[in-house]
Structure formats: C-alpha cells, structure tokens
Design a protein around this ligand. Structure first.
Ligand code: SAH
Length: 347
C-alpha cells in the first residue's frame, strides 16, 4: 500500500473521518506531486496534449479578447493548473506573429505541484514566465485574461447524501483497515429535494475561486475561459472519479496514485461570476467552441504540409477534440468577461 494511504488511514483511525473535500484535496496534491499524470505513459490525456491545435485556438481566443478590450498596452496572461505547460507553449507560439500582442504580455502560471512546475519551466524555456502558488500572489496591475483547462475539475468538492429523510455530509472513514465512504450523523440543511441514497455535490473551493477571479476581473477588466468536463445545470449524482493508466479505478483504493476529479457544475460557477457583476454567455460544448474558432480550417492548413501519417494524426485529433461521442459535448467552455460589451468568440 502507498505511504500516502497508510498515513491517511492511520490519521483517520486516530482523529476520525474526514469530509470528501479534504480527502480529494490531499489525494490530488499528492498525486500531482508524485506521479506522471499525462500522456500515453501517464494516466490520462488532456486536450492540449492531444493536439497543438487546441492551444493555438485558445491563443487566438485571447488575441480576440485583447482587441475587444481596446488593445491595452499591458496585459496579464494567466494560466491556472498548466500541467506540462503544453497549452501555454502552443498559445505563445501561435500568437508570436502578432508582436503588438506579445509585447503587452506578462505571463503568469498558477501551479501547486512543484514537479509540474519544473516540467512547465522546461516546456516554456525562452519565454519570460512567472510562477505562483495561488492567484493572490499575482500583482495585478492591468487587464488580464485567465485560462484554465481541466483545472476546475481538480478543485475539491463536498458531497451530501440523502438518508432517512435528511441530507448528511459524506465522509471518508476507515473500516477494517480500509478507506470507506460514510456519512456524518449530523443532518445538514441543503435546499434540494432528495430521495434515499441521492448524492449531491457542492464545491466551495471552485465557487470561491471563480468568485475571486470575477471580482478581480471587475477591478482590472478582462476575461476568463474555463474548459472542463461537467454539466450545464446543477444536478443530483455522484461524479467523483479516479483514472489510472487510462482506466477508471476505485477512488479510495487508489487514493494518491490515480487522478481524482469531479464534474464541474457550470451553472453554479456562472452564478458566482454573475453575482460579481461579470458577463457570462451561455456555456458552449467544446466541439462547437473549437469549430467556431476555426479548428477545421486549422487542421486543413496543418495537413497541407504534412505526410500521410501526420494527416491521419491531425484527423484523429480533430475527431477526438470535437466529436459528440468523444470530448465534443461532455467538455464545455465557459467564458466570463468583465463587461457585456466584450463579447468572447466561440460561446
Ligand atoms: N491544464 C493542463 C493540466 C490539467 S491537470 C492540461 O490540460 O493538460 C490539473 C492541473 O492543475 C495540474 O497542473 C495540477 O497540478 C494543477 N492543480 C491542481 N490543483 C491546483 C490548485 N489548487 N492550484 C493550482 N494548480 C492546481
């Protein structure tokens, strides 16, 4: 058994069961610090790792926002949870042809995993980039554009379970030396109709993060783009899941060794941003978002100077990113702008 789980089990045996959010936060932090998450040798593959087209189009989305902001002469470009740094590298390369845009940029990455930060530094060698452990460390003094791909799904959620006529907080406890889900004795007031066994999820960490970004956008002006998997409307259901070696695995058994995520409740985060006075156009499906930004044309352009094997790869990537049965519908793009006159593309 991994040292992480042994230590966690001992702690829970001594101090009692912990909320799902605490479990998820600790397990993810351990995972991203110690494992190889991305790529064919890793546990899962994300859109920027599937194709350079993804980061390139997100880069152009940012240029479009910059133009709509009136081409400010200073702009913070911020990415949260940048993984290997691939998306930022593709964004910066694709926008290099526009020196007026590049010259305005100060690039900031928000990352909690030291080992991924090292990888990001290698990927982004030659670019002037600053790293931060949290949003609050960025000295914001100008409009900004913030991007997060599969970042929000890694922020912890809490779960509540309906049992004997009331909602109870779901906890991770220990039984027979193994991690198990339990529920707290206390009843919790949740304004949601429930039936026996129902699970609902709330993510105070995500909601607070988006509310903070929205408040900062109102102060400095700019936009944010979150691409992630999740649902349009808040709904009942347990979406906590773990992936290892590209296969779903048990969340508790592989704690610390597998990537743990939960669906993003886009309705909830859109509401947080609107409450701060930001403009939030309807969420777009990833496929429609990328099509609107011109992914088909980009694939055609890349194919013109590619050999047969490369053309095949480009076509496969296009389908993976956009097709409804692949990432095209489950993944969604949510844009937030500081002002309703700034109309983001693709949503
Ligand atoms: N955007 C990348 C990586 C997604 S995985 C891609 O699409 O490939 C999630 C990323 O978020 C990892 O880099 C992880 O270390 C980071 N992360 C997780 N929790 C975080 C937090 N609270 N603050 C900043 N980064 C975090």
């Amino acid at each position: 058994m991994s040292e992480f789980r042994t230590e966690l089990i001992k702690r829970i045996e001594n101090d009692g069961a912990i909320p799902v959010s605490q479990f998820m936060g600790e397990a993810i932090a351990h995972y991203y610090q110690n494992q190889t998450p991305f790529g064919t040798k890793g546990d899962f593959i994300t859109a920027p790792e599937i194709s350079q087209m993804f980061g390139e189009l997100v880069g152009l989305w940012c240029v479009d926002i910059w133009i709509k902001l009136g081409k400010p002469t200073a702009l913070h470009l911020i990415e949260c949870g940048a993984g290997r740094g691939t998306m930022m590298a593709d964004m910066l390369r694709a926008t290099k042809a526009l020196p007026a845009f590049h010259d305005t940029l100060s690039v900031h990455l928000v990352e909690t995993s030291m080992s991924l930060m090292v990888e990001q530094k290698q990927t982004l060698e030659g670019y002037d980039v600053m790293w931060h452990e949290s949003m609050d460390q960025i000295p914001l003094s100008a409009p900004f554009i913030l991007i997060g791909n599969e970042f929000l799904d890694a922020l912890p959620i809490d779960q509540y379970q309906f049992h004997k006529g009331a909602w109870h907080k779901r906890l991770v406890g220990v039984d027979g030396g193994k991690l198990v889900f339990t529920t707290s004795e206390d009843k919790v007031e949740v304004s949601h109709y429930g039936q026996e066994g129902d699970v609902i999820e709330i993510s105070p960490a995500r909601d607070a993060f988006v509310a903070d970004v929205a408040a900062k956008l109102k102060q400095q002006s700019g936009a944010a783009l979150f691409i992630d998997y999740g649902h349009h409307k808040s709904a009942v259901g347990d979406t906590l899941q773990a992936v290892k070696d590209h296969e779903p695995v048990d969340v508790l058994t592989f704690a610390g060794e597998a990537d743990i995520t939960a669906h993003v409740d886009f309705e909830s985060i859109a509401q947080e941003a609107q409450e701060k006075g930001c403009n939030v156009p309807p969420v777009a499906a990833q496929g429609a978002f990328l099509q609107a930004l011109g992914i088909t044309q980009r694939a055609e352009a890349l194919a013109r100077s590619a050999n047969e094997a490369q053309i095949n790869d480009i076509q496969t990537a296009l389908v993976r990113l956009t097709a409804a049965k692949e990432m095209g519908v489950l993944f969604k793009a949510l844009a937030i702008t500081s002002d309703e006159n700034i109309r983001p593309s693709g949503v």
